[in-house]
Design a protein around this ligand. Structure first.
Ligand code: 6PG
Length: 246
C-alpha cells in the first residue's frame, strides 16, 4: 500500500463506500471519450456498488454502449451458479443495463481452468489489440478489487504459484486457499496493474484484521497489487484498525 500514486480514502460506512466507488467509476468513464474497459471483482464487497449502478443518477451517467465489463477472476463453476462472480454482477446490474456484447465473462464451461484462462487471455488481447502490455496504454480504465481474509486479491492466493506469474495475463488456479474451495481462473498481477485506476473496496469490521496486516506492509498479494496509474484504497471507518490516523 505504499509507493507513488497509492492513497487511502476513508468514508463513513458501507453505503458511503458504494456511493464513493460509483462516483470514482463515473469519473473514470467520463475521462475516456472512447471505448471504456472496467475489470470487476467478485465476492460480496462490490455487490452494493453494482446494485447502485443500476439506479439513478448513476445509470443515466454511464454510456452503456461504450463500456465493456470484464471480471478479474471467477470460480470455475457454471454460469448461473450462486458462486459464479459474473453471474452475480449480471444479476446485480449488467443484465438490466449493459448490452450483452459488452459483457465479457470467463468461460467457466471450458474443459478446465487452464483452458478457460487461455481463452480469456486471448479475448483480452483481442480487445487490447496486442499480446504484450504497454505501460503507456492501460488495458483497463478501472480495476475493482476486494481483499480476502488471507490477503488474496482476485484469485491470487498468498504462497500459491499464480501470484508470481508475470508471463501470462490469465491463469488457472486449481485450488483455492479460502472458501469457496473450488478451482478458479484469475488475471495475473501484470494484467491487473494495467489500468488507470485500481480501486480496493474495504468495508466492515470483518476487514479490519487483514487491513491491519496490509497497512503494516506485510508481503501479501494485496500489497503486491498496484496500478501502473493510481491505486486507491477505499475504506470505511469500521474496516480501519483502531487508532488509524491516516
Ligand atoms: C472471489 C473474489 C475475491 C474477493 C475476496 C474478498 O472470487 O472471491 O474475486 O478475490 O474479492 O475474496 O471477498 P469479499 O468481498 O466477499 O470479502
Amino acid at each position: 500500500m505504499t509507493g507513488p500514486g497509492c492513497h487511502i480514502v476513508v468514508v463513513e460506512d458501507g453505503a458511503a463506500l458504494a456511493e464513493a466507488a460509483a462516483e470514482r467509476l463515473i469519473e473514470r468513464v467520463e475521462a475516456n471519450p472512447g471505448r471504456i474497459a472496467i475489470c470487476m471483482t467478485g465476492g460480496s464487497s462490490p455487490k452494493r456498488l453494482y446494485e447502485l449502478l443500476a439506479t439513478e443518477p448513476y445509470r443515466s451517467e454511464i454510456p452503456w454502449d461504450r463500456v465493456h465489463w470484464f471480471i478479474g477472476d471467477d470460480r470455475f463453476v457454471p454460469t448461473g451458479d450462486p458462486l459464479n462472480n459474473m453471474s452475480m454482477a449480471r444479476a446485480a446490474f449488467l443484465d438490466s443495463c449493459a448490452p450483452l456484447a459488452n459483457v465479457h465473462p470467463i468461460k467457466t464451461d471450458a474443459a478446465n481452468p487452464d483452458t478457460a484462462a487461455a481463452l480469456y487471455a486471448r479475448e483480452l488481447q483481442s480487445f487490447y489489440g496486442a499480446d504484450r502490455l504497454d505501460r503507456t496504454k492501460p488495458l483497463f480504465d478501472l480495476v475493482l478489487l476486494g481483499v480476502g481474509p488471507d490477503g488474496h486479491v482476485a484469485s491470487l492466493f498468498p504462497g500459491y504459484p499464480a501470484i508470481a506469474v508475470t508471463d501470462r495475463w490469465v491463469v488457472g488456479v486449481p485450488e483455492a486457499h479460502v472458501t469457496p474451495f473450488v478451482p478458479r481462473v484469475s488475471l495475473t498481477l501484470p494484467a491487473l496493474a494495467s489500468c488507470r485506476e485500481m480501486l480496493f473496496l474495504m468495508s466492515g469490521t470483518d476487514k479490519r484484521p487483514i487491513l491491519t496486516r496490509v497497512l503494516s506492509g506485510e508481503d501479501l498479494p494485496a500489497n503486491r497489487a498496484t496500478s501502473d496509474g493510481e491505486t486507491v484504497w477505499l475504506c470505511d471507518r469500521p474496516a480501519l484498525p483502531d487508532g488509524y490516523r491516516g
